[in-house]
Design a protein around this ligand. Structure first.
Ligand code: 6PG
Length: 240
């Protein structure tokens, strides 16, 4: 699988444009968590309002969640709700499928697999991911057995490999492989090393760098980074 890497001053805006196109087309979109997406979600809302897009046919899913309540500050749903869903107001509210972190990792994973089955999801149209400084993506952490899971679509993660150290619910690479388009959004120097380890010319699939599996399992993969996150890619420096 080829990887398209775009080094941009404002990768969040490019990501938002992809989200607008997918949402306006009534697609199935998988959101990611952490802190990086906040800016992309805000840009998405601005772009939707600017073109008065109708999002009524879109369905939003989540690629991972922390096992906390929906209003907990660590919740990925809360991030999306605050920065994306609520600011959209009643603008043709899309269908939202929340991972129920409050059920705990295993019950929450089973519940989400049921949600996917009930929706008859054969594939997703656009799947967003971030990358951690340790090379994790979604909540697939280095050297954990979940990295190799290819039968289940959603798994419980009893121990997170990075803060917040709460159990998680996560898509597996089998679920990620069901996306027509995968977009990784990463900014800042702390992502430079994992970006190079996962997507650089010499990168190989390595359970110690879970994001490195994206090259083999994503059908179409675009990596949107700022110059700082691209600094360790061959031929680049942080200020290039
Ligand atoms: C999560 C995310 C996770 C995130 C990376 C990067 O639940 O934490 O889904 O995979 O994308 O940890 O997080 P930042 O954007 O905060 O650096």
């Amino acid at each position: 699988m080829g990887v398209e890497i775009e080094v941009l001053d404002d990768p969040a805006r490019a990501c938002a444009a992809m989200l607008v196109g997918a949402a306006a087309a009534g697609d199935d979109i998988v959101l990611t968590g952490g802190s990086t997406p906040r800016r992309a979600y805000a840009e998405f809302v601005d772009a939707v309002k600017a073109v008065d897009a109708d999002l009524s046919g879109a369905r939003f899913w989540f690629g991972d969640e922390r096992c906390v309540g929906a209003d907990d500050e660590r919740s990925n749903f809360r991030l999306a709700n605050e920065s994306l869903f609520l600011p959209l107001g009643d603008r043709a509210s899309p269908e939202i499928h929340r991972m129920r972190g409050e059920l705990g990792p295993e019950a929450g994973a089973e519940d989400y697999e049921r949600q996917l089955a009930e929706a008859g999801i054969p594939e997703f149209d656009l799947l967003m991911l971030g990358i951690g400084p340790d090379g994790h993506t979604a909540s697939l952490f280095p050297d954990q057995p979940t990295v190799r899971e290819r039968d289940r679509l959603v798994v419980g993660v009893p121990e997170a490999g990075l803060e917040p150290f709460v159990p998680r619910i996560s898509f597996t690479f089998a679920a990620i492989a069901r996306a027509k388009n995968v977009v990784v959004l990463a900014t800042g120097e702390s992502k430079a090393q994992p970006i190079a380890a996962a997507f650089g010319s010499g990168a190989r699939s390595d359970p110690h760098v879970p994001s490195s599996y994206l090259r083999e399992c994503a059908r179409e993969l675009i990596v949107l980074v700022d110059p700082a996150a691209a600094a360790c890619l061959p031929g680049r420096t942080a200020d290039a």
